[in-house]
Design a protein around this ligand. Structure first.
Ligand code: SF4
Length: 398
């Protein structure tokens, strides 16, 4: 399926104001992060009026040899070329189900392309149009930091009774750590099931790397208390926690967060309720717990889409997730009043790095026989990451 929509926001859409801080983000690349460096190729100019036609020609020339994946948070200008849209795990599985496609062009971020490489066959080459498209959350859990933290748990004598549960939004190295240490991966859709499984295997969970998804799921779905959760800060000795705090905890939450969802505040919820009487507030579980408890509903990216699609015509929704998706929802459902939860712009700056010039460059390079920006995971890391992913797939509903 090729999406051909390039939607304009409906007339009622209120454009959030630009946030200077976020506009500044994404102006540089960091070689020490999970993402790579800037695109090495000669990019076409963004002003080139033929970019859509050029990308279309390259895609047609590649035919079934290419399969284009578009994450929900991507810009419309690249989503229009996606053969399928979805969240990261759905996209990786879709790629694995298309073995005839030798090239998987992933319009998303680095960890997603890694997951696609892990799940696809050897002859399938995964391409990230801009190597600098990383994820700040994934960057918050470096493998050395996580290994050090595990050593701390061993010294305290609780590693054997602790099960790692790692969110999809993590590097392949962290997923492999999880596989080696009897843990499982989770998505924002199945975090509750994964945590229930983990508590059947051990006394406590080390949740990586998003503290908010871990806390929200433990407290709001499993009925644990906030006091059952502690935050492990990798920048402090012992995570900034005493051995007693670590032993007493049910949830050891890694000190990581999403720079997009972490920006929403309880005040945003109060403000939108005042602005739009009767509005339903729905937020992603990567939002802070103080925001989640004030919302009417919590949903993964796919959950938010389904909830809004099924909502009554005329209903009003304030959505706390990435702005590209919220704008697209507002365009797709003009019979509903859909607003962004914040008043200022909140794009994922690294997701936004995949733009039409990078996409066109990658597609034309492939069409000309040049494999560019391939993302690969070494066999040992891929094996153990796959072990953790397979544990998740074996869970009910996996
Ligand atoms: S939206 Fe958040 S979790 Fe997703 S890629 Fe961007 S920073 Fe990472």
């Amino acid at each position: 399926m090729t999406s051909t929509t390039h939607n304009e926001p409906p007339s009622g859409w209120v454009e959030p104001e630009p946030s200077p801080l976020l506009l500044l983000l994404g102006q540089a690349s960091d070689t020490s992060s999970e993402r790579g460096v800037d695109c090495p190729g000669a990019l076409p100019a963004p002003s080139d009026p033929d970019l859509v036609a050029r990308a279309t020609r390259a895609k047609e020339a590649l035919g079934e040899r290419v399969f284009v994946l578009g994450h929900h948070y991507q810009r419309d200008e690249v989503v229009q070329f996606a053969d399928v849209t979805g969240d990261s795990f759905k996209l990786a599985r879709e790629a694995a189900a298309r073995p005839e496609a030798g090239f998987i062009v992933f319009c998303g971020v680095h960890f997603m392309a890694e997951s696609a490489d892990i799940l696809t066959q050897d002859h399938q080459k995964v391409v990230l149009p801009d190597l600098a498209a990383g994820c700040s959350m994934a960057d918050m859990a470096g493998i050395d930091q996580v290994e050090d933290a595990w050593q701390t748990l061993e010294e305290v004598g609780i590693a054997d009774s602790t099960i790692p549960v790692t969110y999809m939004n993590s590097t392949a190295a962290i997923k492999a750590f999880t596989g080696r240490n009897r843990g499982t991966i989770c998505t924002s859709s199945n975090a509750e099931t994964s945590l229930k499984w983990a508590f059947e295997q051990g006394e406590r969970v080390l949740f990586l790397p998003d503290q908010h998804l871990g806390r929200n799921t433990a407290v709001m779905k499993l009925g644990l208390s906030l006091e059952d959760c502690v935050v492990f800060d990798p920048r402090k000795p012992g995570g900034g926690l005493t051995p007693e705090q670590l032993r007493d905890a049910r949830m050891i939450l890694w000190r990581g967060h999403c720079s997009v969802h972490g920006r929403f505040t309880p005040q945003n919820v109060d403000d939108v309720r005042e602005r739009i009487p009767g509005v339903n507030v729905i937020v992603h579980p990567e939002c802070r717990n103080e925001v989640a408890v004030k919302a009417d509903a919590i949903g993964s990216t796919e959950g938010i889409i389904k909830t809004i699609a099924a909502a009554e015509s005329g209903s009003a929704w304030a959505v706390g997730t990435e702005l590209n998706l919220v704008k697209r929802l507002a365009s797709q459902f003009p019979d509903k009043r859909i607003s962004f939860l914040d008043k200022t712009v909140c794009y994922c700056s690294t997701m936004n790095r995949i733009d039409l010039p990078h996409f066109t460059w990658a597609m034309e390079s492939l069409a000309e026989g040049r494999l560019v920006n391939q993302i690969t995971v070494d066999p040992d890391t891929a094996h153990w990451a796959r072990v953790a992913l397979d544990r998740m797939l074996a869970l009910p509903g996996g």
